[in-house]
Design a protein around this ligand. Structure first.
Ligand SMILES: O=C(O)CCC(=O)C(=O)O
Length: 275
């Protein structure tokens, strides 16, 4: 069983309306090229930055981005992992939120970024999402025609537990809308995808916005797909583009059977890794 995955490395602008129009055109193009599962990047409809989150935030129910994403998924007849957008949620709290849509336009899942991006590499990259955002607290999976798929957002990829739990719940892929930067991108973007893929013998894909050198936060780009043996099977440069890869469930099964680490774990030795 296979399905073609498309990652849309969208050129995000300051105009939410223009971003939604561009995203729609690209989702339809990906579907015409045979994609059954389509992914948009983190903050696909707004610039990425704490000052932008409250300005661009919208509710989950009947906000312009949710309506546009539902229509895109329905009109293109695809499973759509709708990147993320700043959400104004319960008690007026802000979240970095990914919505997942089915080919009939129904919402299949919601992932609120669990691990907020708070880092400080002096002189290079400082960011504090927690100054504005609240964190989600759920591991998110949804059912696709080729099996369960897990969803995280960007910094979530640094936390192996999330992908491991998703894999142990039966996921065959983890998909991360993300926007690494010019410091951590070259160091860790691909390595983390390959690490999570090998840890769990699953496909891992990460979808970035295109690089905009004029933006306050410059995204690394390089949206890519890694297979269950840890090989990079598709990778973009930094410009706006779409990359495709066929997800093959049989390859997940063979990888897990050939190197059976998932059934060799010694939970008797490490029942709780927090200790
Ligand atoms: O982990 C990183 O280096 C980057 C994470 C990030 O940009 C994000 O979570 O939005």
């Amino acid at each position: 069983m296979t399905s073609r995955l498309a990652l849309i490395q969208l050129a995000v602008t300051a105009s939410k309306e223009a971003n939604l129009v561009n995203a729609r055109a690209k989702v339809i193009e990906a579907a015409e090229k045979g994609a059954g599962i389509v992914v948009l990047p983190e903050c696909f409809n707004s610039p990425y930055g704490t000052s932008f989150f409250p300005k661009y935030a919208e509710p989950l129910e009947n906000g312009p981005s949710s309506i546009a994403l539902s229509n895109m998924a329905r009109d293109a007849k695809v499973y759509l992992i709708g990147g993320s957008f700043p959400e104004i949620g319960p008690n007026s709290k802000f979240f970095n939120t990914c919505t997942i849509w089915g080919p009939n336009g129904d919402r299949l899942g919601v992932h609120r970024k669990v691990h907020l991006f708070d880092i400080d590499i002096p002189g290079k990259q400082t960011f504090k999402e927690s100054s504005v955002l609240s964190a989600g607290s759920e591991i998110t999976t949804f059912d696709s025609p080729i099996g369960k798929i897990g969803v995280g957002i960007c910094y979530d990829i640094r936390f192996p537990e999330m992908a491991m739990i998703a894999a142990r719940k039966g996921c065959i892929a983890m998909i991360y809308p993300g926007a690494f930067n010019m410091t951590t991108g070259p160091l860790h973007w691909e390595l983390l995808q390959r690490a999570r893929a090998i840890d769990n013998q699953m496909y891992v894909a990460a979808c970035s916005p295109a690089r905009d050198e004029t933006a306050g936060y410059v995204a690394w780009g390089h949206s890519s797909v890694v297979d269950p043996m840890g090989q990079v099977v598709a990778k973009l440069g930094e410009k706006e583009d779409i990359v495709y890869a066929d997800l093959d469930v049989a390859f997940v099964e063979t990888s897990r059977a050939n190197i059976p680490v998932s059934v060799q774990r010694r939970f008797d030795v490490y029942p709780d890794v927090s200790k």
